[in-house]
Design a protein around this ligand. Structure first.
Ligand SMILES: [Zn+2]
Length: 324
């Protein structure tokens, strides 16, 4: 079992919507134990993707005009984990989607590339899709979803498996090995299947924006894409990309694209007003701004859009909310 990063297009439901926040860059946990855990989780997911026909992106390969590996390699050095081996993979599937594993393997469907091509996307829009995925990897969202206590239990069972195998060679019970392996696998499955929280998705968006700016891509690409995703919120009964119908998960109605768009716009406004320096909150910047400050940042952000456009109206409704 594996899980696509559906958050690229839609959020998993359930949790309360978190507040907008300027987030500090994630500080990677790089202990040998965490790396071991990440490899174990990733190997399990990669096996499943391989069964779905995933193939590593070939050097110089282009599909629908995009060289995915080239974009991944331009983004990788500006992430918080530049030492990981980021390898793009392609899966032939009409459903537009993308996913990243904890160890740097990145997956995109042909449907995603086709969708981007159909809307005449430039490389910056693909870079947003990939940057969002690399954000999940850099912020270690999968490992962080395994509760601290269980993480310890899991690592202990990994050590236990090793010990039991060693003992088995000396004539100990094979049952013990089986039990420990099963409990470890169960925990890993749980972590994978529980998916990402809204907070994880919003953080991945903000990290993607930083990566775009640092790597020299157009930081407005996320705004354009999220505005386009909005049409899927409206429950469009069916959509075809170059004659290929897009399957249901992509169309599932949900209210969160608007929230992602608002957060992306607020972050861009923070960048413009100097509250973010080199992708980080400026040291003197208040993380909770006064209402007056928020208002002036929103007004500034509003100037980025034609008056009366949907984004302009979004910002106006945030301004109106502040007035009450
Ligand atoms: Zn995501």
């Amino acid at each position: 079992m594996w899980r696509w990063c559906l958050g690229m297009l839609l959020f998993v439901s359930g949790c309360a919507t978190p507040q907008y926040a300027l987030r500090s860059a994630p500080v990677p946990m790089e202990s040998a134990q965490v790396q071991r855990l990440e490899k174990m989780v990733s190997d399990q997911q990669a096996t499943q993707f391989a069964k779905e026909g995933a193939k590593p992106w070939q050097f110089g390969e282009r599909l629908w005009g995009f060289d995915v590996q080239e974009v991944v390699e331009r983004l990788a050095p500006v992430t918080e984990r530049p030492a990981l081996r980021y390898q793009a993979h392609l899966i032939h599937d009409a459903n537009p989607n993308a996913a990243a594993l904890a160890d740097g393997r990145v997956y995109v469907t042909s449907g995603m590339l086709q969708y981007l091509a159909s809307r005449g996307s430039d490389e910056s829009e693909l870079a947003f899709v990939l940057g969002h995925e690399l954000g999940h990897t850099a912020a270690q969202h999968i490992v962080k979803r395994i509760p601290q206590m269980q993480r310890q239990q899991l690592l202990m069972s990994l050590v236990g498996v090793g010990a039991a195998i060693a003992a088995q060679r000396g004539g100990s019970s094979a049952q013990q090995v089986g039990g420990l392996t099963r409990s470890a696998a169960g925990l890993v499955n749980q972590a994978i299947l529980s998916g990402f929280s809204q907070a994880d998705e919003l953080e991945a968006d903000q990290l993607a924006l930083r990566y775009l700016m640092k790597a020299g891509y157009d930081p407005m690409a996320p705004v354009r894409m999220l505005e386009d995703f909005r049409k899927f919120d409206k429950g469009t009964p069916s959509i075809q990309v170059q004659g290929v119908p897009i399957p249901a998960p992509f169309l599932r109605s949900h209210p969160y694209t608007e929230r992602r768009l608002q957060d992306v716009q607020r972050y861009l406004a923070d960048v413009k007003s100097g509250h973010v320096v080199a992708g980080q909150p400026a040291t003197s910047a208040p993380t909770v701004s006064s209402i007056e400050e928020q208002r002036s940042r929103l007004r500034e952000a509003q100037t980025l859009y034609p008056p009366g456009s949907q984004s302009w109206k979004n910002i106006q409704s945030q301004l109106d909310a502040l007035a009450h």
